[in-house]
Design a protein around this ligand. Sequence first.
Ligand SMILES: C[S@@+](CC[C@H](N)C(=O)[O-])C[C@H]1O[C@@H](n2cnc3c(N)ncnc32)[C@H](O)[C@@H]1O
Length: 317
Amino acid sequence: MLGNRLAKQLKHLRGWARAGGITCFRLYERDIPEFPAIVDWYDGDVVAWVYQRTRDDAPEKVRAFEDRCEEEILDGLQVAGARLHMKYRGRIRDRAEQYDRVDDRGVVKVVEEQGLRFEVNLSDYLDTGLFLDHRKTRSIIRHYAKGKRVLNLFAYTGSFTVYARAGGAAATTTVDMSKTYQEWTRRNLELNGFAVDGDAHRLVHSDCLQFLSEGPRPGEQYDYIVLDPPTFSNSKRMDAGSFAVDRDWPRLVELAVRWLADGGYLYFSTNSRQLKWLDELVPAGHVAREISERTVPDDFRNRRIHRCWTVTKSVSG
Ligand SMILES: C[S@@+](CC[C@H](N)C(=O)[O-])C[C@H]1O[C@@H](n2cnc3c(N)ncnc32)[C@H](O)[C@@H]1O
């Protein structure tokens, strides 16, 4: 079942992907209830996240199901074992934090996306370094970036910044709390011929809440702000102790709009399914518009993979 489904999806999406300059795309997301898994294609490699099923209530049953998934994926997609990278999500095995290293096989490659190049690590983390569901949002930023100032918060490996630079952004500030991801961002920029000069284009290693709370330097305003926080984050490096997007998004948006230039756009997005969006919680003098239908790519059958809003100053604001 799973194998046939994957073979069909790959055949169906390959032409579409090639036409769009896309080499990494989503093939499967829990389409068959018996197979709770996510399978992504990374330019000839396959990354699969297998979720534990309630019926597999013992380690040997969990193992047997995971082996079955592996066989079906290899058979369906006709890839060699070394090109399949399995990751397991579920109560028994899932002790790692989202952004912690979980392996050290170091399967790293450079992939192309819409004419740009990105380093992905297929083996060592729960995620790969490139969130495929924001491919269209990245394109929107590139489309409007010419001569603009862009602030990329919770930047991870800096893919939004790479797109902003490719679009001709005059200035970019890229903020993340992880040194590992800041170095990865630097490599992604260099892969596309962009340098970090530390002045117009800078990387800031900081807790975003602390960075935003300090407020902009005199005259520091941004035309585009990307605000894509994790669903949950707690680190001893955070003053606030922890961050939960469902609880803290109003405060975060309120802090971020202080950095927005007149006529500027804040892109706020979340993968949280629980977040309750309330317009009355949007900062005074600002209006929000949900644009998820524009930002969720066609290869994502799960149209709720993320939600995205633009927040702008209301004309009279
Ligand atoms: C969901 S990812 C962001 C994905 C990114 N926007 C992209 O499209 O590639 C969350 C990122 O937030 C970072 N992070 C988590 N808590 C943070 C905090 N308090 N301040 C700054 N960065 C934080 C993590 O290191 C991770 O890189």
